[in-house]
Design a protein around this ligand. Structure first.
Ligand SMILES: [Zn+2]
Length: 461
């Protein structure tokens, strides 16, 4: 090596801070997450013993009891349930079939909250669009038809391709019904291509006729697209047994690692306990439940309570209406000024790839300094983001600082909201790395003399 290069290399090493203390809090947390981690066992227990836990279902009630028992076993204090009213939506039997130009059973499933079809089904011609603008431009041609929203979701490491398409899933049925459509279909909002339909929540407007809305597997959307592009008249028959069966009471589950000096100040770490009904809810969001429970378990087991309280919240019904998130924000309204930060683990089980915070330069700078001990393996290019998790929306709106330990989501949307959301998709090492990063950041937020400034803007996603 020439001498100049050696000097440059040495001075760039010297410019960095001292190496992390091997006996410091960060090394102890990260080491224990990897060597003694129980996160995989926790998500395995939830997936295998409870399985799918659609809000309002008997399985969701069992999940609540599982969460209480698991949090107590993990050493959390003040473990309790908080009431949440949730819709009871029932999928029922469903079948979707291409009837012309040639018969083919299609792989499709009702979107969460969708109304059903008449018992004998509903058959109509399909019109394809890729956006609401395109739909509106067709005007009268939509009357009596089934609208297919066909927009491809891009695969990205950050998962941001989802946000570019998911709006069609939320409002597609309303927009189609305004123009007289009798039903709507959407190309599954996902990146998988194993002919799996991806469900997910949709919404209605009480002033507009509610029409059935279902997701089609990507291959089936392509199939219809090819036919329509050739000018063929495509007829589809939908038979969806989906219906709403009132509302029932359920619960968020809450537990704490009480703070040493400022127990009334709270760092909230959340995940959602409910799941869709098609798979076992392992990556969405069993993994998140495991990450936050394991974080609290490690803080307790290693004897590392922080100055402030770390509060674990497992929210009920994130998927079908954010009921638990809204109930928590309402019930704790008077206490939110003392919530110094909130994070949610709801991005699957991928390894950590960075950090983001809903805020400006001061928030980014503080988070970057808190993450400094992780710099050898976690990129500390903290991003400024518009939001940090669905269940955090009401907290952000109330001024609570929200942030996220970003995960690699490259594969997440292959399985998200499908029958393939099963525990075998989780790499225990990636999950343990996420716990390592999540627990270090949680402890730093709860222990730091400085706190994050409030978000600079309301949540946008
Ligand atoms: Zn989720």
């Amino acid at each position: 090596m020439n001498r100049l290069l050696a000097i440059i290399l040495l001075s760039s090493v010297a410019a960095h801070a001292a190496p992390p203390d091997p006996n410091g809090v960060e090394a102890r947390l990260a080491g224990a997450a990897l060597m003694d981690g129980q996160a995989f066992a926790t998500v395995e227990s939830l997936s295998d013993h409870i399985g799918q836990r659609l809000a309002g279902s008997p399985a969701a009630d069992r999940a609540v009891e599982w969460a209480v028992a698991t949090m107590k076993a993990a050493g959390l204090k003040n473990v309790h349930k908080e009431p949440v009213k949730v819709p009871r939506w029932v999928r029922g039997e469903e079948s979707v079939e291409l009837v012309a130009p040639a018969r083919l059973p299609l792989r499709a499933t009702a979107l969460g909250g969708s109304v059903g079809t008449p018992k004998d089904g509903l058959t109509a011609q399909v019109v394809e669009v890729s956006s609401v603008d395109e739909l509106k431009a067709l005007g009268d041609k939509i009357k009596g038809k089934i609208v297919l929203f066909n927009k491809v979701m891009q695969r990205t490491r950050s998962g941001d391709g989802y946000g570019q398409v998911v709006g069609l899933r939320g409002r597609g049925a309303v927009e189609a019904a305004r123009l007289g459509a009798v039903a709507a279909l959407i190309r599954s909002v996902g990146t998988g291509n194993y002919r799996l339909p991806h469900t997910g929540g949709t919404r209605y407007d009480d002033a507009v006729t509610k029409i059935p809305y279902a997701a089609l597997a990507a291959e089936d959307a392509e199939h219809l697209h090819r036919l329509i592009a050739r000018g063929e008249a495509v007829q589809v028959k939908l038979r969806l047994g989906a219906h709403r069966d009132g509302e029932v009471m359920s619960s968020n589950v809450v537990g704490e690692v009480p703070g040493r000096d400022k127990p009334d100040e709270v760092v909230l770490i959340g995940a959602h306990l409910d799941s869709w009904d098609l798979g076992a809810g392992a990556i969405d969001d069993g993994a998140g439940c495991a990450i936050v429970i394991e974080t609290a378990r490690l803080l307790t087991a290693l004897g590392l309570p922080a100055r402030r309280t770390v509060r674990v919240v497992l929210y009920m019904n994130e998927e079908n209406g954010l009921s638990g998130a809204n109930a928590y924000a309402a019930a704790h309204k008077g206490e939110l000024a003392k919530h110094v930060a909130a994070m949610e683990a709801d991005s699957g089980a991928g390894r950590p790839i960075g950090l983001s915070v809903a805020g400006g330069a001061p928030s980014v700078a503080l988070l970057r300094s808190l993450a400094e001990p992780l710099r050898t393996w976690l990129p500390t290019d903290v991003r400024s983001a518009d939001w940090a998790g669905a269940d955090l929306i009401p907290l952000q709106a109330a001024g609570v600082p929200v942030l996220d330990v970003n995960q690699d989501m490259s594969a997440y949307f292959d399985w998200h909201h499908t029958a393939a959301d099963t525990v075998d998709k989780i790499d225990p090492i990636d999950l343990a790395l996420e716990v390592a990063a999540f627990s270090v950041i949680t402890h730093a937020l709860a222990d730091s003399p400085e706190v994050l400034p409030p978000p600079t803007a309301p949540p946008r996603w």
